[in-house]
Ligand binder design. Sequence first.
Ligand code: SF4
Ligand code: SF4
Length: 455
Amino acid sequence: MSLVHITIDNTPMEVEDGALLIDILLKNSIKIPHFCYHEALGADGNCRMCMVAIQGQKRPQIACDTFVKEGMEVFTNSPIIQSVQQDILELELINHPVDCPICDQAGECKLQDYYMDYGLHHSKVEIADKVSHSKHVDLGSEVMLDQERCVLCARCTRFTSEITKTHELGIIGRADHARVSTMPNKKLNNPYAMNVVDLCPVGALTSKDFRFAQRTWFLQTTSSICHGCATGCNIFIDHNKEKYKDDKIYRFRPRVNKDINGHFICDVGRLSYKQLQTNRQEDTLYTTEVIEQTLALEKFQELKNHSKNITVFVDANLYTEELQAIKKFAKDIDASLYCPLDVYQDETFGDAWLKSSQRVANAKAIELLGITTTISPLKNIDLLINFNHPNPPKAENSISFQTHQKQKATLIFPLAVFSESSGTIINKDNISQECQKAIFRNNPIPTVLEWLEVL
Ligand code: SF4
Ligand code: SF4
């Protein structure tokens, strides 16, 4: 890689020869407004917001279509550039409905931010003279379009034409009447469609699932990993704990990891947060009766001490640290340990991009820890201790540590889900990744490690 010397706003820099100027600016946290450029989609050059002045050039140039070269002198905030930025924003806003107070994108809108940073102009167009478009277009795939708020950056249309290659979206009409639309007789319909909501820099595309559920400035964000399949896409968990209520997840969003998911996630993974907060196992039960935790621990010891042939099952969604601890626990009580993986296989789910047919997050750790994944029919199990495996065998007595109300057992303990705990998972390509604890419940549900400490 050869390097060249440039200056940006009089600061000398050494950068990669031939790199795109906008990438250099963004990488160095130099403010450069832009709507249409996106790292995953490349340059389109249609919004003109990323204008910069370059020494020796008569006119301002767009940074998304300029490649750096030796000796280049760039100015991002000279008086001429400030005036150009203000003019472009005024143009963008000519027909904008200025309905920010009721817009669900408020707080995350580039148009709002740029108006405050670069605009602050007085509109020469009366609201009554603005060209109106449809405000509630159901595009399909949980996505709503407000055509009036659109800045025609073409990120959404480029996503469907260049990334998913499903070609559902296009821009139709000319001049003031240009608008985003689905193609005739088509709906937005692909397994990654909801990424257009994240790509849209303004409030034109919103998710039906999230819109009006929560104001974005109330949300806290925690880095995590999707558990929807073995790919291990990086996500943000956006959640909020309102006074007296439990911490609640409102959405998953993609988090950039160029080695795994790039900038995107699939829609199934995106909406999988709902499973983390429905039908949860919260009580300790003995033969279906709710009992105190201390009594449940006594019952656990009784069942264990009266059983000779003990089998332990584990879920391949548990963290690596939890699997290691369960392996040691099984060894200490002289039990055999299993995690059949066939139950997680779903050939209808996988594709050639992100989605894996192995619909479990940490199967790799099961393999690496040498936990048995195939079983011949198990007979005469005196006691089965199941750590959340979805398909355990029958046994005379059973103890189930479970996240959801799904299995019957002699003794049931509630278990934290991944968002209520922290740990490591290893994806199908052997990449180990950490998840942070996002959710702090008013009445915390113990994790595997916490249960094992008191057993
Ligand atoms: S809907 Fe959003 S992403 Fe699509 S062109 Fe308009 S502003 Fe851009
Ligand atoms: S591809 Fe798999 S890991 Fe990625 S978001 Fe979808 S379900 Fe989650």
